[in-house]
Design a protein around this ligand. Structure first.
Ligand SMILES: Cc1cc2nc3c(=O)[nH]c(=O)nc-3n(C[C@H](O)[C@H](O)[C@H](O)COP(=O)(O)O)c2cc1C
Length: 362
């Protein structure tokens, strides 16, 4: 007879595979909204006075060197296909001197046999910056510092990412919309484990107010994961349809485009905290990366664009990463910014809807 624990593990493994398949096969991006980076405009520099090859993209995040301000966002683990994906993502990140985070490690914590679907990341990326991962909802029932440390140790990670996902928990068929005590638990984990804690969203954006609370709780960095890219309401919408849970499916539709646009979330968070900020959620090219850095991000991350390449090979992942790197290099050349420090000081103009978000009292 199956134990409850085994049932739970199987349920998580199945869910992880469904998330991957849905993100590969169905439209899961924002529908009628965007990151609003299109409302941020650089000023063309016709006289950069250096060669494009002289652009220095090297960046630092939480004491780690990156060859460019880019990392692969948290996606997966806990299933066979996930192991292949994590392996290919890690190999490419190592080769290019970038970073990579794994998806929620809940399954690996329940069942040690699944640990290698995550630890393949460190195996294939011995020196790259690696993020461990767990969900905020898991913290509401009291996640111990020891368990949090186990997540980090499972893949010898450089930081623990905690994702906040109340919208996803609402729509997900097996969702656990419980957020009581989460902030308190984040604080305990941040002061108890031997690596920095980064808190992220999953595509709905973090506000300035939430960011300030997280900084006060002792978090080392915030990844905004704003709206405009992958919609987890969309992902769970398809699953709710399969589960024949009509109200949940309806909510998936209702909240498909919910959230704080990434550029607005970045602005809010950057103004609310002093700790490093990662821009993510719908970042799809190097020009958007440059815009995010100019608006105050220390690093950029993207997830979905690397998923399909990772099902093929590490070379395909590297190809996509190199595309973004070439684009940010070109953007820095045509804005006359020789390095990331200069890009951070670069001038720009904000128009349209992003201006509305920025000028409103939050
Ligand atoms: C297939 C897939 C699985 C994901 N799983 C996780 C996860 O386990 N933990 C997490 O923090 N974020 C997870 N995310 C969210 C991403 O890290 C990211 O915040 C979000 O997709 C927005 O970025 P994007 O628009 O570049 O995809 C997942 C995203 C995708 C596409």
């Amino acid at each position: 007879m199956q134990t409850d624990k085994n049932k739970k593990i199987e349920e998580i493994m199945k869910r992880k595979e469904e998330h991957i398949k849905i993100c590969l096969d169905k439209p899961v991006q924002a529908k009628q909204v965007s990151t609003l980076f299109e409302c941020m405009h650089f000023i063309n520099n016709s006289l950069p006075e250096f060669d494009m090859n002289d652009v220095d993209l090297s960046s630092k995040f939480l004491g780690h060197k990156f060859s460019a301000p880019l990392m692969i966002g948290a996606m997966t683990g806990g299933a066979e296909l996930a192991k292949k994906i994590n392996g290919n993502l890690a190999k490419a990140a190592e080769e290019l001197g970038l970073g990579v985070a794994v998806g929620s490690q809940r399954a690996g914590l329940y069942d040690k046999r699944l640990a290698d679907t995550y630890s393949i990341t460190r195996k294939n990326a011995p020196t790259a910056f690696i993020g461990a991962n767990i969900g905020g909802a898991q913290l509401s029932r009291g996640f111990t510092v020891k368990e949090a440390q186990q997540l980090v140790d499972m893949l010898d990670a450089d930081a623990l990412y905690i994702h906040l996902n109340p919208v996803q928990e609402v729509v997900q068929p097996e969702g656990e919309p419980r957020y009581k005590n989460v902030l308190k638990n984040i604080g305990q984990i941040a002061s108890g484990i031997d690596k920095p804690v980064v808190v992220k969203e999953v595509g709905f954006g973090i506000s300035g107010e939430v960011a300030a609370k997280l900084e006060k709780a002792g978090v080392s960095a915030i990844e905004v994961a704003g709206m405009g890219g992958t919609s987890y309401s969309a992902v769970e919408y398809y699953r709710a349809l399969d589960f024949k849970m009509n109200v949940k499916a309806q909510m998936g539709n209702l909240f498909w485009d919910w959230g704080i646009p990434t550029a607005a979330s970045l602005h809010m968070v950057r103004n609310a905290v002093k700790i490093p900020v990662v821009a993510s959620g719908g970042i799809r090219n190097g020009e958007e990366m440059a815009k995010a850095i100019a608006m105050g991000a220390d690093l950029c991350a993207a997830a979905w664009p690397f998923l399909r390449p990772a099902t093929i090979s590490s070379e395909k992942v590297a190809e996509k990463l190199n595309e973004l790197i070439a684009e940010i290099r070109a953007t820095m050349f045509i804005t006359g910014c020789k390095n990331i420090e200069e890009l951070k000081k670069s001038g720009y103009v904000i128009t349209g809807e992003l201006k509305d978000w920025i000028h409103n009292k939050q």
